[in-house]
Design a protein around this ligand. Structure first.
Ligand code: LLP
Length: 416
């Protein structure tokens, strides 16, 4: 069931016409469907029903605290990568014991905040970091639960900017260094090695790289057993892809079945850190056409959203389907959909077949619920978009549009 669908040529988010949202809150605006978040979380979680597991939603994909609350209410834990994400998660009421902390640059301050929150575990990405966690835990008189992130050197066959588990990437520890790391963790007084972690990349559209990585990680797990190190958690990260255009990623149930086959007899709690698969197709970005412009070689549809709102097309050349909010049935033409930012890479779509659009009419970019708002910026001193959450027939603003005063607030309220 798709919760963004057309009825008589009008786009609806669940039971609410998107045109009504635009009238009330303006554009550019992110619109999310609560039923879609729930359905995706439920489908993902139930895919692992046969295994002892935890779903730790990856906050970076969409970090609005109302979304974190919605998922937290369904039992989700979270994967965080910064003190800021920890703050959001705690504000949203996610308990410390459901939080895992990844990322290569955790500072002493962030480590201390996470220890104070008594998080489930740190996914450690270097030996320096392991020592820093030990030192901080020692200072606080606590013991830190850790996993070491293994870099299994597997090609996830996705965009190079979002591949993380290859030798040349900055993430995790190669297997040899990781073995040294576990021996060190065993000897350090204030850390307790409780798990193994691995995340190889994002927007994966086949299962093979996951399984290749899992096999390597399980080989590593057996080596740890030989060393007398018994861990209880296996964190396989996130990365399952979604359909933006014509991709056909495996359904979570196929992912669950494939992992289940390999893990069913092992005394391990599986942790997963899905982001995009939960929220990517739960959100759209709605914007207004400001002008159209025909040049000798191209037609531009110039809109009030830009790369500061949705940077994925500019950064990765990503495809987001674009459609009218109200269909006019005009002939199709090839256009570039661009924003008002002073960069030639500021586009939402290039050479796209779209029905003719007039100034004042609204368009929607689909599959914008993940890495949309969270990667937005204020570049060109633009206010960040509003976010609206639709639940059935109710639409509510979960982040107001920024004001001009917001844009300079931190410059006025300085410390000296
Ligand atoms: N766990 C870790 C440690 C991660 O680094 C990530 C994503 C995830 C989980 C969640 O991955 P997902 O299930 O969403 O694929 N900005 C890019 C995506 C970057 C992903 C970074 N890490 C994009 O817009 O495509």
């Amino acid at each position: 069931m798709n919760h963004f669908e057309y009825r008589d040529g009008r786009l609806f988010a669940e039971e609410v016409p998107v045109a009504d949202i635009v009238r009330r809150w303006g554009t550019p605006t992110y619109v999310y469907s609560a039923a879609t978040f729930r359905r995706h979380f439920e489908a993902f979680d139930s895919a692992f029903a046969g295994l002892t597991h935890m779903v730790c939603y990856s906050v970076k994909a969409n970090s609005n605290i109302h979304i974190l609350k919605l998922l937290g209410d369904m039992g989700a834990g979270v994967d965080i990568v910064s003190g800021g994400e920890l703050y959001r998660a705690l504000q949203a009421g996610i308990p410390g014991e459901k939080i895992v902390f990844s990322g290569v640059a955790k500072t002493a301050e962030e480590i201390a905040a996470a220890l104070k929150a008594n998080i489930l575990m740190f996914n450690v990405e270097s030996l320096d970091e392991l020592r820093a966690i030990d030192a901080e835990a020692g200072r606080m008189g606590l013991k830190a639960r850790v996993s070491l992130r293994i870099n299994p050197d597997v090609d996830p066959k996705t965009h190079p900017y979002i591949s993380t588990g290859m030798k040349k990437n900055k993430f995790g520890l190669d297997m040899d260094t990781a073995l040294t790391g576990y021996a060190l963790a065993r000897d350090l007084p204030n850390v307790d090695p409780v798990g193994i972690d691995c995340h190889i990349g994002s927007q994966l559209t086949t299962l093979e790289p996951f399984l290749e990585a899992l096999d390597k990680v399980l080989g590593f797990y057996r080596k740890l057993l030989e060393m007398g190190i018994y861990v209880g958690y296996l964190d396989l990260g996130g990365g399952l892809g979604i359909t933006y255009n014509e991709e056909e990623p495996p359904h979570p149930s196929a992912f669950g079945a494939a992992l289940g086959e390999r893990l069913k007899d092992l005394p391990l709690t599986l942790i997963l850190e899905p982001g995009r698969v939960i929220c990517g197709n739960a959100g759209i970005l709605v914007f207004r056409t400001v002008y159209t412009k025909q040049t000798p070689v191209k037609k531009f549809v110039i809109v009030d959203a830009a790369m500061n709102d949705l940077v994925r097309p500019s950064l990765y050349g990503s495809y987001h389907r674009i459609e009218e909010v109200e269909k006019h049935n005009r002939p199709v033409e090839s256009v570039d959909v661009v924003g008002g930012i002073c960069e030639s890479t500021d586009f939402l779509a290039r050479d796209r077949e779209l029905p003719g659009v007039e100034p004042g009419e609204h368009l929607a970019a689909f599959s914008a619920g993940a890495y949309g708002m969270t990667m937005s910026s204020q570049y060109n001193t633009r206010r960040r978009a509003a976010e609206i959450l639709v639940d059935g027939a109710e639409a509510r603003c979960i982040r107001r549009r920024e004001t001009y005063a917001d844009l300079i607030a931190a410059e006025i309220d300085t410390e000296g």
